[in-house]
Design a protein. Structure first.
Length: 460
């Protein structure tokens, strides 16, 4: 048995150098995910050549596994009928996502493909939903059973409905004559129940469902909380529209975590995702990062101006100016790190629902006391270190006091800023590292020089 890397390398080599028969031999034996990884590692020309020489019937599962940016690249260079075939065999929610992205690059091509699909009406409905809500990630293919049927009748209907082989229901959804969701039955319970028993007697009425407009992060939280394999999606009239499965939620969790990480690092403002950052044109990628770097630049210029002003002001003080200045990188570095730590904790807590509205104050106080403890610890270490190095308590006292105040202020700022953004309905992840760092750098310098001025005023 080959390990994963060697297996992928072998597939890549076969696709590039092998004959059609050799390629067919490999792709019929290898796992679809490994083939997808191999294709993603090829250059554009080799990818397109691979999809052109292999029959679409053998590419269906492979195509669905590869990254969306690669799918779009292949679709744009592929025979339209072949492209239609591959999209026709995708899960409807995945097909809608792909066509939505394709529409941004080639609207005419996307519209032509949509009109030619077997289930074009369902795909068009999905395209109407925002991609970040339950309606945008749900699969409209599910098995609904009328509540007045017997178990035997329900199983017969289930077999005839040919449930999708990927998003097949571990659950069977019970509806009334108006298609309103009335309950859920575990497929195992349905199979083991007496044939003549009514379905309505088996249904669980205390089920969990989400509205079609529920944010995808909230859907992920609900599926995680209740340990569900799938959750039904309903409209305002309780009519069932589709299901969101756990494999969709895995993608959502990865997407949301990546989005928050990009925002916290100042790499994205939300309109660029991970693929855009890694694969978009140089100018587009630079533009998404430049705005935050410009903010950092202005913050640095302001910090430099303050440093220049205070250096001139303190030029004749009875303290060593080089020693005073040598502590500045330490001061601003610790403040920025503490602020970013607090912001990251709050952003993820708010995003995952672990930090709730009613517990916000307790989390603020917790971070406040944590920052005091950290500040006192680092302040004490610096005081002792300065005493040993400079043989005087003056510099250690100044930097210790400044560090303690700066750490407390930085942690408070990093904690409160995401909460403020949440209150005004702005994504708290926008409280990115460059914004926090720039603000804290300026505040840290002001605090430091206020402490020095106070020391000179009261003790010298």
């Amino acid at each position: 048995m080959l390990d994963e890397k060697n297996n992928i390398d072998l597939i890549k080599k076969t696709i590039i150098e092998g004959s059609v028969d050799e390629i067919l031999s490999v792709i019929t034996k290898a796992h679809h995910a490994d083939i997808a990884d191999a294709i993603e590692g090829l250059d554009s020309e080799s990818r397109i050549a691979f999809f052109q020489k292999i029959k679409p019937e053998l590419l269906e599962d492979i195509f669905e596994e590869i990254e969306q940016s690669v799918q779009i690249e292949v679709i744009q260079e592929m025979n339209p009928n072949k492209a239609k075939h591959l999209i026709d065999h995708m899960d409807l929610d995945d097909a809608a996502d792909l066509l939505s992205e394709l529409k941004e690059e080639d609207e005419d091509m996307a519209d032509k493909i949509v009109r030619s699909l077997k289930e074009k009406q369902e795909v068009q409905k999905l395209l109407e939903y925002d991609e970040n809500i339950a309606g945008g990630i749900m699969n409209p293919s599910f098995t609904a059973i009328p509540e007045n049927l017997t178990v035997n009748q329900a199983l017969t209907l289930f077999r005839k409905s040919e449930p999708p082989d990927r998003d097949f229901s571990y659950y069977v959804y019970i509806v009334n004559t108006n298609d309103e969701l009335r309950g859920i039955i575990n497929l195992r319970d349905l199979v083991l129940a007496p044939p003549d028993q009514k379905v309505r007697e088996l249904r669980k009425e205390n089920f969990v469902a989400v509205n079609v407009n529920t944010d995808q992060e909230e859907v992920a939280r609900i599926i995680s909380k209740y340990d569900l394999l799938a959750v039904p999606v309903i409209d305002d009239q309780n009519k069932m529209l589709g299901i969101v499965t756990v494999d969709d939620i895995v993608d959502v969790i990865e997407e949301e975590a990546t989005e928050d990480l990009l925002k916290l690092s100042g790499t994205s403002a939300g309109e660029f995702d991970e693929n855009d950052i890694l694969t978009s044109r140089v100018w587009s990628s630079a533009k998404s990062r430049l705005r935050w770097l410009l903010l950092t630049m202005f913050g640095g210029l302001l910090s430099g101006s303050l440093l220049s002003y205070f250096t001139i002001s303190f030029s004749d003080i009875p303290l060593s100016l080089p020693i005073i200045i040598s502590f500045i990188p330490l001061l601003v570095g610790l403040g920025g790190n503490i602020g970013n730590q607090s912001a990251t904790i709050m952003v993820r807590g708010l995003a995952t629902g672990y930090i709730k509205t009613e517990s916000i104050m307790s989390n603020i106080m917790r971070e406040f006391f944590v920052s005091i403890l950290i500040g006192l610890s680092i302040g004490f270490i610096l005081f002792v270190g300065s005493l040993v190095i400079y043989k005087t308590m003056i510099y250690g006292s100044i930097i210790a006091v400044a560090i303690i105040i700066n750490i407390i202020l930085s942690a408070s700022f990093g904690t409160l800023l995401p909460i403020f953004f949440t209150k005004i309905n702005v994504d708290p992840a926008i409280a990115s590292a460059p914004f926090i760092s720039s603000s804290i750098d300026v505040a840290g310098l002001v605090i430091y020089f206020i402490v020095i001025t106070s020391y000179l005023h009261f003790f010298l």
